[in-house]
Design a protein around this ligand. Sequence first.
Ligand code: DOR
Ligand code: ZN
Length: 454
Amino acid sequence: MTELLIRGGTVYTPDGPRQADVHVTDGVITRVEPRLAANGKAVDATGMYVLPGAVDVHVHSRDPGFTEKEDFGTLTAAAAAGGVTTVVDMPNTVPAVDSAGVLESKAAMAHSKARVDFGLWGLLRSGTTPEQLEDMAAAGAVGFKAYLAYSFSLSRKQVLYSPGVEDPDLEAPADYGTLARLAPVVAQLGLPLAIHAEDPTVLAAFRRPLLTYDDLLESRPPDAEAVAVSAAAAVARESGVHLHIAHLSSALGLQAAEDAMQVGTSMSLETCPQFLLLTSQDFDRVGTAMKMLPPIRTAADRDALVDGLRRGVISIVSTDHAPHTDEEKSQDFERAPAGSPGVQTLYLSCLQLAKDLGDVWRAPRWASQAPAELVGLGEHKGAIAPGFDADIVIVDPRGKTSVQAEHMRSRQRHAALAGKEFDFEVKEVFLRGEPVTRGSRTRGRMVRPAMVAG
Ligand code: DOR
Ligand code: ZN
């Protein structure tokens, strides 16, 4: 029996923050009470926050397929360094995760490299059959992702970027008919359906060469997000499927989502630290590290998203950690691919935003509890409570962290949030009771949703 006691900190429990000690036996939290006695290892957390490990439901490991950008080892090392103890990987790796066989081999590969726990999304696209979804669910998919517009890479050749415009044929995306056809199947499986919400017909109307940041903004208008959110909600509503909106980026998109929720659509909204902490004005300082899709938009969009988070309409903050090589990103604006690493700064970003909104204890809800619930892990992850996995992050609320390239543990060094200063520091991270530090042998496991119906 391995025991661990984390003493003297302020602990995030399901009933809110409490002064308590946390007792762990064999990787599981057993007691959360004041003044517990230590039998084994004890860690002093006096003056510290004791938080549940973050669950980032939106990362791109690039593994298999593009391991020069990232792999499961480097992804999860970056995650661990930032207090993210579960990552959920998107299916646009190569081969695309569109069958149980691909999912199983990706899981075995990831298991051999992961430093933190991981889950896998399956891909839902126009040719997908109900059987494929059922088989992926049985193989442990946490849910399914549908790309309504171009996104990076579903085959090797798609890494080739034509200068100026994104090729609309780069990926076989899902369409609304596909969502309507398959939403009942996903609903029956009891899993969430996540969408990349940009409407391809709106994008087609605004396509242009991308010479400047303004071109990027004009080529991906918020209308594209709003139309996709509304249409996906309309076709999904009857099925009762839970619709998850990935990387919400605009005020208009948020409004469309709120309208759909008002009429009873089961929906969750995710946004990302970069949409909450940056605006298009930062481009001159940051450069192509902040080129991503959808784009980082105006101050009004940022304010609307922060307000959505404050009101609880947006419940999840995940990163869309999407590395490309530093060389690729240092090309001119037109050629630099969209996407950047971000998993390492998820928790610090959330703590800072929550502090700035006047209640730091919202951060573990956005970064850990709500995302854990989305992917069916809410009984084991997302809180510090008896019976939960001892995925624990000790944060110093008087520490300071400045986001610097040399501290990045991703395979890449660029970061949209480079130069940001946070009033917090991640001190120690435990995965199922074991410290995950540089050089430790702690291994991640695949997580599966608890409740799969049917
Ligand atoms: O900027 C992006 N990069 N947006 C996406 O939707 C995909 C991602 C990637 O995989 O590079
Ligand atoms: Zn993504």
